[in-house]
Design a protein around this ligand. Structure first.
Ligand code: EPZ
Length: 432
Protein backbone atom coordinates (compact mmCIF):
# COMPACT_ATOMS: atom_id res chain seq x y z
CA UNK A 1 0.00 0.00 0.00
CA UNK A 2 1.35 3.46 -0.91
CA UNK A 3 2.14 6.00 1.76
CA UNK A 4 -0.48 8.45 0.51
CA UNK A 5 -3.15 5.78 0.83
CA UNK A 6 -2.07 4.96 4.35
CA UNK A 7 -2.41 8.61 5.36
CA UNK A 8 -6.17 8.56 5.58
CA UNK A 9 -8.19 11.51 6.85
CA UNK A 10 -10.44 10.16 9.59
CA UNK A 11 -12.66 13.20 10.02
CA UNK A 12 -16.31 12.52 9.46
CA UNK A 13 -19.04 15.13 9.75
CA UNK A 14 -21.46 12.90 11.69
CA UNK A 15 -23.78 14.60 14.15
CA UNK A 16 -25.51 13.45 17.34
CA UNK A 17 -29.14 14.19 18.05
CA UNK A 18 -30.11 13.94 21.70
CA UNK A 19 -33.55 14.36 23.20
CA UNK A 20 -33.08 15.42 26.80
CA UNK A 21 -35.12 15.11 29.93
CA UNK A 22 -34.62 11.50 30.99
CA UNK A 23 -32.53 10.09 33.79
CA UNK A 24 -29.57 7.87 33.09
CA UNK A 25 -30.11 4.40 34.49
CA UNK A 26 -28.16 1.26 33.77
CA UNK A 27 -24.95 -0.63 33.56
CA UNK A 28 -22.11 -0.38 31.01
CA UNK A 29 -18.53 -1.52 30.48
CA UNK A 30 -15.67 0.99 30.43
CA UNK A 31 -13.17 0.78 27.56
CA UNK A 32 -9.39 0.75 27.72
CA UNK A 33 -7.62 4.07 28.25
CA UNK A 34 -6.91 6.20 25.19
CA UNK A 35 -4.25 8.21 26.97
CA UNK A 36 -2.27 5.18 28.10
CA UNK A 37 -2.95 3.17 24.92
CA UNK A 38 -1.28 5.90 22.83
CA UNK A 39 2.09 6.02 24.64
CA UNK A 40 2.09 2.23 25.05
CA UNK A 41 1.70 1.83 21.28
CA UNK A 42 4.58 4.30 20.81
CA UNK A 43 6.66 2.28 23.31
CA UNK A 44 6.36 -0.85 21.15
CA UNK A 45 8.97 0.80 18.88
CA UNK A 46 11.53 0.09 21.63
CA UNK A 47 11.02 -3.69 21.61
CA UNK A 48 13.20 -6.20 19.84
CA UNK A 49 10.31 -8.58 19.28
CA UNK A 50 6.53 -8.62 18.78
CA UNK A 51 4.25 -7.01 21.35
CA UNK A 52 0.62 -7.86 22.08
CA UNK A 53 -1.41 -4.93 23.37
CA UNK A 54 -4.83 -5.81 24.75
CA UNK A 55 -7.83 -3.72 25.83
CA UNK A 56 -7.07 -0.92 23.38
CA UNK A 57 -10.18 1.17 22.79
CA UNK A 58 -11.55 1.33 19.27
CA UNK A 59 -11.06 5.07 18.75
CA UNK A 60 -9.90 7.32 15.96
CA UNK A 61 -6.80 8.42 17.89
CA UNK A 62 -5.73 4.80 18.41
CA UNK A 63 -6.33 4.11 14.69
CA UNK A 64 -4.18 7.15 13.87
CA UNK A 65 -1.34 5.88 16.10
CA UNK A 66 -1.57 2.46 14.41
CA UNK A 67 -1.52 4.21 11.01
CA UNK A 68 1.59 6.10 12.10
CA UNK A 69 3.34 2.88 13.18
CA UNK A 70 2.40 1.25 9.86
CA UNK A 71 3.67 4.29 8.02
CA UNK A 72 7.03 3.79 9.77
CA UNK A 73 7.09 0.20 8.50
CA UNK A 74 5.94 -1.49 11.73
CA UNK A 75 3.81 -4.62 11.29
CA UNK A 76 0.36 -4.23 12.89
CA UNK A 77 -2.28 -6.98 13.03
CA UNK A 78 -5.39 -7.52 15.14
CA UNK A 79 -5.58 -11.05 16.48
CA UNK A 80 -8.61 -13.20 17.21
CA UNK A 81 -8.84 -11.92 20.83
CA UNK A 82 -9.02 -8.29 19.57
CA UNK A 83 -5.50 -7.64 20.84
CA UNK A 84 -3.22 -5.63 18.58
CA UNK A 85 -0.03 -7.44 17.62
CA UNK A 86 2.75 -5.02 16.83
CA UNK A 87 6.00 -6.18 15.27
CA UNK A 88 8.41 -3.23 15.49
CA UNK A 89 11.37 -5.10 13.97
CA UNK A 90 10.34 -4.14 10.44
CA UNK A 91 10.54 -0.39 11.20
CA UNK A 92 12.38 1.34 8.33
CA UNK A 93 11.14 4.95 8.40
CA UNK A 94 12.13 7.24 11.25
CA UNK A 95 9.59 9.89 10.42
CA UNK A 96 6.19 10.98 11.76
CA UNK A 97 4.79 12.94 8.80
CA UNK A 98 2.81 16.17 8.94
CA UNK A 99 -0.32 14.49 7.52
CA UNK A 100 -0.65 12.33 10.66
CA UNK A 101 0.74 14.69 13.30
CA UNK A 102 -1.74 17.39 12.22
CA UNK A 103 -4.63 15.01 12.97
CA UNK A 104 -3.18 13.88 16.31
CA UNK A 105 -0.62 15.73 18.44
CA UNK A 106 0.11 12.59 20.46
CA UNK A 107 2.14 11.45 17.41
CA UNK A 108 5.00 13.34 19.15
CA UNK A 109 5.22 10.28 21.45
CA UNK A 110 7.16 8.34 18.80
CA UNK A 111 10.02 10.87 19.07
CA UNK A 112 11.65 9.52 22.26
CA UNK A 113 11.45 5.79 21.45
CA UNK A 114 12.52 6.16 17.78
CA UNK A 115 15.48 8.34 18.71
CA UNK A 116 16.53 6.03 21.56
CA UNK A 117 16.36 2.87 19.44
CA UNK A 118 17.59 4.12 16.04
CA UNK A 119 19.60 7.27 16.86
CA UNK A 120 17.41 9.40 14.61
CA UNK A 121 13.84 10.68 14.39
CA UNK A 122 12.04 13.31 12.33
CA UNK A 123 8.67 14.33 13.71
CA UNK A 124 6.50 17.03 12.25
CA UNK A 125 6.30 19.85 14.82
CA UNK A 126 2.85 19.66 16.45
CA UNK A 127 1.07 23.01 16.45
CA UNK A 128 -1.38 24.32 19.01
CA UNK A 129 -4.96 23.11 19.10
CA UNK A 130 -8.38 24.36 20.22
CA UNK A 131 -7.50 24.07 23.93
CA UNK A 132 -4.17 25.88 23.92
CA UNK A 133 -0.74 26.53 22.41
CA UNK A 134 0.68 23.25 23.78
CA UNK A 135 4.44 23.63 23.29
CA UNK A 136 6.80 20.61 23.35
CA UNK A 137 9.90 22.47 24.53
CA UNK A 138 10.32 20.29 27.62
CA UNK A 139 10.29 17.08 25.53
CA UNK A 140 13.06 18.55 23.38
CA UNK A 141 15.16 19.95 26.23
CA UNK A 142 15.00 16.62 28.05
CA UNK A 143 16.22 14.75 24.97
CA UNK A 144 19.00 17.33 24.52
CA UNK A 145 20.03 16.76 28.14
CA UNK A 146 20.37 13.09 27.16
CA UNK A 147 22.79 14.03 24.37
CA UNK A 148 20.48 14.44 21.38
CA UNK A 149 21.12 17.10 18.76
CA UNK A 150 17.87 18.68 17.77
CA UNK A 151 17.00 21.19 15.12
CA UNK A 152 13.70 22.42 13.84
CA UNK A 153 13.70 22.58 10.07
CA UNK A 154 10.84 23.09 7.61
CA UNK A 155 8.24 22.35 10.27
CA UNK A 156 9.98 19.16 11.43
CA UNK A 157 11.79 18.31 14.66
CA UNK A 158 14.96 16.58 13.48
CA UNK A 159 16.64 14.73 16.35
CA UNK A 160 19.91 12.84 16.09
CA UNK A 161 21.94 10.77 18.57
CA UNK A 162 24.24 8.60 16.43
CA UNK A 163 26.09 7.14 19.42
CA UNK A 164 22.84 6.57 21.38
CA UNK A 165 21.31 8.60 24.20
CA UNK A 166 23.06 8.99 27.56
CA UNK A 167 21.41 9.03 30.96
CA UNK A 168 20.99 12.47 32.56
CA UNK A 169 19.44 14.19 35.56
CA UNK A 170 16.66 16.37 34.16
CA UNK A 171 14.27 18.57 36.12
CA UNK A 172 11.11 19.38 34.21
CA UNK A 173 10.13 23.08 34.41
CA UNK A 174 6.47 22.15 34.39
CA UNK A 175 4.59 18.94 35.05
CA UNK A 176 3.98 17.47 31.61
CA UNK A 177 2.31 14.15 30.88
CA UNK A 178 3.55 13.74 27.29
CA UNK A 179 6.99 15.11 28.17
CA UNK A 180 7.39 12.61 31.02
CA UNK A 181 6.26 9.78 28.72
CA UNK A 182 8.62 10.69 25.88
CA UNK A 183 11.61 11.01 28.22
CA UNK A 184 10.76 7.85 30.16
CA UNK A 185 10.65 5.83 26.93
CA UNK A 186 13.90 7.39 25.70
CA UNK A 187 15.66 6.77 29.03
CA UNK A 188 14.72 3.08 29.00
CA UNK A 189 17.33 2.47 26.25
CA UNK A 190 19.81 5.27 27.13
CA UNK A 191 23.26 4.40 28.44
CA UNK A 192 23.43 4.73 32.23
CA UNK A 193 21.05 6.25 34.72
CA UNK A 194 18.41 8.91 34.06
CA UNK A 195 16.61 10.80 36.81
CA UNK A 196 13.44 12.63 35.78
CA UNK A 197 12.47 15.15 38.43
CA UNK A 198 9.14 16.97 38.70
CA UNK A 199 7.72 14.15 36.59
CA UNK A 200 4.00 13.81 36.01
CA UNK A 201 2.43 10.93 37.94
CA UNK A 202 -0.84 10.45 36.11
CA UNK A 203 -2.09 6.83 36.18
CA UNK A 204 -1.40 6.65 32.42
CA UNK A 205 2.30 7.20 33.16
CA UNK A 206 2.20 4.40 35.72
CA UNK A 207 0.58 2.18 33.07
CA UNK A 208 3.27 3.05 30.52
CA UNK A 209 6.03 2.46 33.11
CA UNK A 210 4.52 -0.92 34.04
CA UNK A 211 4.47 -1.87 30.36
CA UNK A 212 8.12 -0.82 29.97
CA UNK A 213 9.04 -2.90 33.04
CA UNK A 214 7.22 -5.88 31.47
CA UNK A 215 9.47 -5.30 28.42
CA UNK A 216 12.57 -5.47 30.63
CA UNK A 217 13.10 -1.80 31.56
CA UNK A 218 14.55 -0.88 34.96
CA UNK A 219 12.47 1.89 36.47
CA UNK A 220 12.01 2.91 40.08
CA UNK A 221 9.86 5.62 41.63
CA UNK A 222 6.87 4.67 39.46
CA UNK A 223 3.87 6.78 40.50
CA UNK A 224 6.06 9.45 42.15
CA UNK A 225 7.47 12.76 40.92
CA UNK A 226 11.00 11.33 40.63
CA UNK A 227 11.52 8.53 38.13
CA UNK A 228 14.86 6.74 38.10
CA UNK A 229 15.64 4.73 35.00
CA UNK A 230 18.66 2.49 34.59
CA UNK A 231 19.07 2.17 30.82
CA UNK A 232 19.23 -1.39 29.42
CA UNK A 233 20.82 -2.70 26.19
CA UNK A 234 17.57 -3.96 24.76
CA UNK A 235 13.90 -4.43 25.53
CA UNK A 236 11.90 -7.50 24.61
CA UNK A 237 8.33 -7.96 23.41
CA UNK A 238 5.55 -8.83 25.86
CA UNK A 239 1.79 -8.97 26.24
CA UNK A 240 0.28 -6.00 28.05
CA UNK A 241 -3.29 -5.06 28.94
CA UNK A 242 -4.07 -1.34 28.92
CA UNK A 243 -5.77 0.07 32.05
CA UNK A 244 -9.40 1.31 32.02
CA UNK A 245 -10.12 4.84 30.81
CA UNK A 246 -10.54 7.01 33.91
CA UNK A 247 -11.87 9.98 31.92
CA UNK A 248 -14.50 7.89 30.13
CA UNK A 249 -15.44 6.53 33.57
CA UNK A 250 -15.68 10.03 35.04
CA UNK A 251 -17.72 11.30 32.09
CA UNK A 252 -20.46 8.64 32.52
CA UNK A 253 -20.50 9.27 36.29
CA UNK A 254 -21.03 13.00 35.74
CA UNK A 255 -23.72 12.30 33.12
CA UNK A 256 -25.58 10.20 35.69
CA UNK A 257 -25.13 12.86 38.38
CA UNK A 258 -26.30 15.71 36.13
CA UNK A 259 -29.49 13.83 35.19
CA UNK A 260 -30.27 12.78 38.78
CA UNK A 261 -29.80 9.18 37.64
CA UNK A 262 -27.92 6.03 38.58
CA UNK A 263 -25.19 4.08 36.82
CA UNK A 264 -22.97 1.07 37.35
CA UNK A 265 -19.68 1.09 35.44
CA UNK A 266 -17.84 -2.21 35.06
CA UNK A 267 -14.20 -2.98 34.17
CA UNK A 268 -12.96 0.24 35.73
CA UNK A 269 -11.06 1.34 38.83
CA UNK A 270 -11.97 3.71 41.63
CA UNK A 271 -8.40 4.19 42.95
CA UNK A 272 -7.43 6.37 39.94
CA UNK A 273 -10.44 8.67 40.30
CA UNK A 274 -10.26 9.82 43.91
CA UNK A 275 -10.50 13.59 43.23
CA UNK A 276 -13.41 13.10 40.81
CA UNK A 277 -15.36 10.78 43.13
CA UNK A 278 -14.84 13.23 46.00
CA UNK A 279 -16.38 16.06 43.95
CA UNK A 280 -19.31 13.86 42.91
CA UNK A 281 -19.99 13.04 46.57
CA UNK A 282 -19.88 16.77 47.32
CA UNK A 283 -22.48 17.17 44.56
CA UNK A 284 -24.74 14.79 46.48
CA UNK A 285 -24.05 11.43 44.81
CA UNK A 286 -24.00 8.13 46.70
CA UNK A 287 -21.03 6.18 45.41
CA UNK A 288 -20.15 2.55 45.90
CA UNK A 289 -16.93 1.04 44.66
CA UNK A 290 -15.68 -2.51 44.53
CA UNK A 291 -13.42 -4.87 42.60
CA UNK A 292 -13.61 -3.55 39.02
CA UNK A 293 -16.74 -1.41 39.36
CA UNK A 294 -18.07 1.98 40.45
CA UNK A 295 -21.77 2.74 40.99
CA UNK A 296 -23.32 6.13 41.47
CA UNK A 297 -26.84 6.99 42.52
CA UNK A 298 -28.33 10.49 42.76
CA UNK A 299 -31.68 9.12 43.99
CA UNK A 300 -33.44 11.46 41.54
CA UNK A 301 -32.00 14.58 43.17
CA UNK A 302 -30.62 17.65 41.42
CA UNK A 303 -26.83 17.92 41.91
CA UNK A 304 -25.35 20.57 44.21
CA UNK A 305 -22.86 22.98 42.62
CA UNK A 306 -19.18 22.20 43.34
CA UNK A 307 -16.11 24.46 43.07
CA UNK A 308 -13.02 23.01 41.48
CA UNK A 309 -9.52 23.83 40.28
CA UNK A 310 -7.72 21.68 37.73
CA UNK A 311 -4.12 20.62 38.43
CA UNK A 312 -1.80 17.68 37.70
CA UNK A 313 -2.62 14.28 39.24
CA UNK A 314 -3.61 13.47 41.95
CA UNK A 315 -5.53 16.78 41.93
CA UNK A 316 -8.64 17.35 39.82
CA UNK A 317 -8.00 16.47 36.12
CA UNK A 318 -8.34 19.07 33.38
CA UNK A 319 -9.89 16.33 31.23
CA UNK A 320 -12.94 16.27 33.57
CA UNK A 321 -13.38 20.05 33.89
CA UNK A 322 -15.79 20.54 30.96
CA UNK A 323 -18.11 17.73 32.10
CA UNK A 324 -18.33 19.18 35.64
CA UNK A 325 -18.96 22.64 34.17
CA UNK A 326 -22.00 21.19 32.35
CA UNK A 327 -23.22 19.53 35.56
CA UNK A 328 -22.73 22.76 37.54
CA UNK A 329 -24.75 24.63 34.88
CA UNK A 330 -27.88 22.77 36.07
CA UNK A 331 -26.86 22.32 39.71
CA UNK A 332 -28.37 23.93 42.78
CA UNK A 333 -26.25 26.94 43.75
CA UNK A 334 -23.29 28.79 42.29
CA UNK A 335 -19.79 27.54 41.60
CA UNK A 336 -16.34 28.58 40.39
CA UNK A 337 -14.43 26.31 38.04
CA UNK A 338 -10.79 27.28 37.49
CA UNK A 339 -8.73 25.82 34.65
CA UNK A 340 -4.96 25.98 35.25
CA UNK A 341 -3.53 23.55 32.67
CA UNK A 342 -4.67 24.80 29.24
CA UNK A 343 -5.34 28.46 28.45
CA UNK A 344 -8.40 27.92 26.25
CA UNK A 345 -10.18 25.01 27.86
CA UNK A 346 -13.29 26.83 29.07
CA UNK A 347 -14.33 27.33 25.47
CA UNK A 348 -17.46 25.17 25.88
CA UNK A 349 -19.16 27.72 28.13
CA UNK A 350 -20.27 29.79 25.13
CA UNK A 351 -22.16 26.83 23.68
CA UNK A 352 -23.59 26.02 27.14
CA UNK A 353 -24.82 29.61 27.44
CA UNK A 354 -26.53 29.23 24.06
CA UNK A 355 -28.47 26.39 25.71
CA UNK A 356 -29.60 28.67 28.52
CA UNK A 357 -26.75 28.26 31.04
CA UNK A 358 -25.66 31.26 33.12
CA UNK A 359 -21.86 31.19 33.03
CA UNK A 360 -19.47 34.14 33.09
CA UNK A 361 -15.81 33.91 32.30
CA UNK A 362 -13.38 35.78 34.55
CA UNK A 363 -9.82 35.11 33.49
CA UNK A 364 -9.36 31.36 33.76
CA UNK A 365 -12.39 30.88 36.00
CA UNK A 366 -15.95 30.11 34.99
CA UNK A 367 -18.48 31.56 37.42
CA UNK A 368 -21.58 29.43 37.14
CA UNK A 369 -25.10 30.14 38.42
CA UNK A 370 -27.01 26.89 38.27
CA UNK A 371 -30.30 27.05 36.32
CA UNK A 372 -33.19 24.57 36.69
CA UNK A 373 -33.11 23.39 33.08
CA UNK A 374 -31.31 24.00 29.81
CA UNK A 375 -32.97 24.22 26.42
CA UNK A 376 -31.98 22.07 23.44
CA UNK A 377 -30.21 23.91 20.60
CA UNK A 378 -27.88 23.17 17.70
CA UNK A 379 -24.34 23.29 19.14
CA UNK A 380 -20.86 22.66 17.85
CA UNK A 381 -18.15 20.54 19.42
CA UNK A 382 -14.74 22.22 19.57
CA UNK A 383 -12.58 19.60 21.28
CA UNK A 384 -12.94 16.20 22.82
CA UNK A 385 -13.96 16.98 26.41
CA UNK A 386 -15.91 20.11 25.44
CA UNK A 387 -17.97 17.82 23.19
CA UNK A 388 -18.62 15.47 26.09
CA UNK A 389 -19.88 18.43 28.12
CA UNK A 390 -22.32 19.34 25.33
CA UNK A 391 -23.66 15.78 25.27
CA UNK A 392 -24.21 15.95 29.05
CA UNK A 393 -25.90 19.35 28.70
CA UNK A 394 -28.13 17.93 25.96
CA UNK A 395 -29.28 15.16 28.31
CA UNK A 396 -30.50 17.71 30.85
CA UNK A 397 -32.04 20.05 28.28
CA UNK A 398 -35.67 20.28 27.26
CA UNK A 399 -36.20 19.26 23.67
CA UNK A 400 -33.67 18.24 21.07
CA UNK A 401 -30.00 19.15 20.77
CA UNK A 402 -27.97 18.58 17.65
CA UNK A 403 -24.25 18.28 18.36
CA UNK A 404 -22.19 19.00 15.27
CA UNK A 405 -18.53 18.11 14.57
CA UNK A 406 -18.60 15.01 16.72
CA UNK A 407 -15.42 13.66 15.17
CA UNK A 408 -13.92 15.22 18.31
CA UNK A 409 -16.01 12.87 20.50
CA UNK A 410 -15.08 9.86 18.41
CA UNK A 411 -11.44 10.51 19.30
CA UNK A 412 -12.05 9.65 22.94
CA UNK A 413 -15.36 7.86 23.56
CA UNK A 414 -15.80 4.34 22.21
CA UNK A 415 -19.35 3.66 20.96
CA UNK A 416 -20.72 6.68 22.81
CA UNK A 417 -24.22 6.50 21.38
CA UNK A 418 -24.54 2.73 21.96
CA UNK A 419 -23.38 3.12 25.57
CA UNK A 420 -25.73 6.04 26.23
CA UNK A 421 -28.62 4.19 24.58
CA UNK A 422 -27.92 1.31 26.93
CA UNK A 423 -28.28 3.81 29.78
CA UNK A 424 -31.68 4.90 28.46
CA UNK A 425 -30.65 8.10 26.69
CA UNK A 426 -32.56 9.10 23.54
CA UNK A 427 -29.56 9.62 21.26
CA UNK A 428 -28.83 8.84 17.64
CA UNK A 429 -26.09 9.49 15.13
CA UNK A 430 -26.81 11.08 11.80
CA UNK A 431 -24.15 10.59 9.17
CA UNK A 432 -22.70 13.83 7.80
C1 EPZ B 1 -1.98 14.91 28.01
O1 EPZ B 1 -1.66 15.92 27.05
C2 EPZ B 1 -3.27 14.29 27.57
N1 EPZ B 1 -3.12 13.72 26.24
C3 EPZ B 1 -4.36 15.34 27.58
O2 EPZ B 1 -5.56 14.69 27.27
C4 EPZ B 1 -4.47 15.95 28.99
O3 EPZ B 1 -5.39 16.99 28.98
C5 EPZ B 1 -3.09 16.49 29.43
O4 EPZ B 1 -2.10 15.43 29.31
C6 EPZ B 1 -3.07 17.00 30.85
O5 EPZ B 1 -3.46 16.00 31.73
C7 EPZ B 1 -2.62 12.50 26.10
O6 EPZ B 1 -2.27 11.83 27.06
C8 EPZ B 1 -2.52 11.94 24.72
P1 EPZ B 1 0.89 18.10 29.13
P2 EPZ B 1 -0.19 16.54 27.01
O7 EPZ B 1 2.18 17.98 28.41
O8 EPZ B 1 0.78 15.49 27.35
C9 EPZ B 1 2.53 22.58 29.07
C10 EPZ B 1 -7.76 14.57 26.37
O9 EPZ B 1 -8.82 15.24 26.33
N2 EPZ B 1 3.73 22.06 28.38
O10 EPZ B 1 0.75 17.44 30.45
O11 EPZ B 1 -0.06 17.24 25.72
C11 EPZ B 1 1.25 22.48 28.22
O12 EPZ B 1 1.13 23.54 27.31
C12 EPZ B 1 -6.48 15.29 26.41
O13 EPZ B 1 -7.72 13.33 26.34
C13 EPZ B 1 4.77 22.91 28.13
O14 EPZ B 1 4.74 24.11 28.47
O15 EPZ B 1 -0.29 17.61 28.16
C14 EPZ B 1 0.19 22.46 29.29
O16 EPZ B 1 -0.08 23.77 29.71
C15 EPZ B 1 -6.30 16.49 25.63
N3 EPZ B 1 5.88 22.41 27.50
C16 EPZ B 1 0.85 21.70 30.44
O17 EPZ B 1 2.27 21.77 30.19
C17 EPZ B 1 5.98 21.10 27.12
O18 EPZ B 1 7.01 20.71 26.54
C18 EPZ B 1 0.45 20.24 30.56
O19 EPZ B 1 0.54 19.62 29.28
C19 EPZ B 1 4.90 20.25 27.39
C20 EPZ B 1 3.79 20.75 28.02
Amino acid sequence: MGRAKRLKDYKSMDKLIIRGGGRIDGDIRISGSKNSGLPILAATILANGPMNICNLPHLNDITTMLALLRCMGVGVTINEKMCVEVDPCSLTEYEAPYELVKTMRASILVLGPTLAKYGQADVSFPGGCAIGSRPVDIHLRGLEAMGAEIEVDAGYIRARAPGGLKGAHFVMDKVTVGGTENLLMAAALAKGKTILDNAAREPEIVDLANCLVAMGAKISGIGTTTLEIEGVEELHGCTYTVMPDRIETGTYLVAAAATGGAVKLRDTRADILTAVLQKLEEAGASIETGEGYISLDMHGRRPKAVDLITAPYPAFPTDMQAQFTAMNAVAEGTSAVTETIFENRLIQIHELNRMGADIKLEGNTALIKGVERLKGAPVMATDLRASASLVIAAMVADGETLVDRIYHIDRGYECIEEKLQQLGVDIRRVPG
